[in-house]
Design a protein around this ligand. Structure first.
Ligand SMILES: [Ca+2]
Length: 283
């Protein structure tokens, strides 16, 4: 008999039908063709099988270990690729939070869907800003290795210029191992530092005294071992820029860092606050 591939018009079977081999064979062929069309061909041509990848919340993502899988996180909008050893960030809208929600001592989830963690100390949301109650590092999980990224943050310095101590954490493993940029009144500098086994080392620095109660922007380009950080005042004038090669830190010791966030060490009502943070991963 001639081939007749028509997966959209399956055979019908009566309850008491004794099915002929030809009819069963036809049905089998049609179903296999439908599967083939859906997976290999143009999915829109076959309504029986639509090729979709596994999806679910970021927290429900399985462990990496099967090469080539894709996973779409429904809450953070990210798509990841499994390279066996780790999930790689393939695309997505990235992370963003303007803290446009009610005052709270817990940080909840960012507007992009990423869950905040108070990795160090205690922070809170006050008047649509992030503020430290005690010296704090608040992080989110990007879900993949932070090899390249672009950070843009808006801060307001606190009301006491001599206490300014704010920054962005670019790669965070734990409270004793992380890379960060830092505006620090104690030395009147903008700095890039690494903390390894609890010991902080300055990788680059530039003189800058941040005035009190003033909006600043911090922008960071993270490109593997190359890091460029700059701090800009409210009218867009760059005040300090750092360029550093952190070659030893690209994969070691921060190889497992998937977290990044804000470091606020000038706490309380007179302290510095973060207005908003946007991070685009793997740009
Ligand atoms: Ca808190």
């Amino acid at each position: 008999m001639a081939d007749s591939w028509n997966p959209l018009t399956p055979q019908t079977f009566a309850v008491d039908e004794i099915v002929s081999a030809a009819k069963l064979n036809q049905e089998l062929r049609d179903r296999i063709q439908a599967l083939f069309n859906g997976l290999v061909g143009d999915g829109s041509a076959d309504l029986d099988v639509v090729h979709r990848h596994k999806s679910g919340t970021f927290a429900a993502r399985p462990a990496a270990g099967s090469a080539g899988r894709l996973y779409r996180a429904t809450d953070t909008g990210a798509i990841f690729w499994d390279d066996v050893t780790a999930w790689r960030h393939l695309s997505g809208r990235g992370f963003y939070d303007g803290f446009d929600r009610a005052d709270s001592t817990t940080l909840g989830s960012a507007e992009s869907g990423h869950a905040w963690t108070e990795s160090v100390g205690n922070a809170e949301i006050v008047t649509k800003t992030l503020r430290a109650i005690t010296d704090s590092i608040a992080t989110i999980d990007s879900g993949a290795l932070l090899e390249t990224a672009h950070f843009m943050a808006t801060f307001d310095t606190g009301s006491v210029a001599g206490n300014v101590d704010l920054g962005l954490v670019l790669r965070f493993v734990d409270s004793n191992n992380y890379l960060f940029c830092h505006q620090l009144a104690a030395t009147n500098q903008f700095l890039l530092k690494k903390v390894v086994a609890g010991v902080a080392t300055t990788l680059a620095s530039s003189s800058y005294t941040a005035p009190a109660s003033t909006t600043h922007y911090i922008e960071v380009f993270l490109r593997g071992n190359l890091v460029i950080c700059r701090i800009t005042n409210a009218v867009g004038v760059p005040q300090a820029q750092l360029q550093a090669d952190v070659v030893a830190d690209t994969v070691t010791p921060f190889a497992t860092a998937t977290r990044c966030g804000a470091r606020l060490f000038n706490e309380g009502v007179t302290g510095d606050v973060l207005h908003g943070l946007n991070v685009v991963f793997n740009v």
